[in-house]
Ligand binder design. Structure first.
Ligand SMILES: [Zn+2]
Length: 81
């Protein structure tokens, strides 16, 4: 949707784009910590309401890449077997 500008659910080309803001109290974002905010861009289909969220800020993606490398995998359910 972000690149095709076409809704994957209903094929509409009427897409509303809402850009996330980094230094704003309100708006689209992920709170990583008290001091770290990752802005989210929303792409919403005007016809069916389907919405996608994208992190488009390159510095935020680099930050998340570093953070992901230090995370432990959470989908390990072998302890429950
Ligand atoms: Zn749609």
């Amino acid at each position: 949707m972000r690149f095709s500008h076409t809704c994957p659910k209903c094929s509409s080309t009427e897409i509303y784009v809402s850009k996330g803001r980094k230094h704003h109290n309100h708006g689209n974002k992920i709170m990583i910590s008290t001091f770290k905010v990752v802005p989210l861009d929303h792409y919403t289909c005007i016809d069916c309401g389907y919405t996608e969220e994208w992190v488009t800020d390159k510095k935020s993606l680099d930050f998340l890449r570093r953070k992901a490398r230090t995370q432990k995998p959470r989908d390990n359910f072998t302890d429950f077997v």
